[in-house]
Write a protein that binds this ligand. Sequence first.
Ligand code: GRF
Length: 203
Amino acid sequence: MYKIAVLVSGSGSDLQSIIDAIDCGDLNCSIEAVISDKEGVYALERAQAKNIKTYAFNRKEYKDTISEEILKLLEGKVDLIVLAGFLSILKGELLKKFKHRIINIHPSLIPAFCGAGMYGLKVHEKAIEYGVKFSGCTVHFVDEGTDTGAIILQKVVPVLEKDTAKDLQARVLKEEHKALPEAVKLLAEGKIKIEDRKVTIVK
Ligand code: GRF
């Protein structure tokens, strides 16, 4: 069985999309752990409700050592680490040992509206302010940069004239909930090939 860990910082709706895909038989994998960089977030409750092991490493306390703690916990235990709304930046040995085995979902069409400080509602505010006609979400591998790793898949939504950032966020989030389980499924089934930064889906 393909094993994953999901890293979270907030409400966990992206985590829920993976749980739901497993429950309805679309996705064949097991969530071995849900790790948060903040205590008390709703994502942890969602995991506990499914009897998934949960861990919280408060980022204010662990600071730069959070990646080491995660590596200690997950090395040799999981095939893939999924960042689902996880706000801490991973670094060091964890990235090396899990090269091409950590993915993230970002709520824009990378390389637009991404990078340091671009998270939450700010991403959508910037997209509207810029006047783009389309936005969306991106699932990508995690490397040493922020939102710079190779792109696995993207989903596109229109930006409507009267959209507020919240409207756009809600529209993009719906697509995130399709994109994330889809990407995990492709990886679990060994259908992803990566050369340099070009990802192809093997049929
Ligand atoms: C999404 O916008 C995702 O792209 C971003 O965090 C949000 C998900 O939050 N990285 P959650 O899964 O509801 O906690």
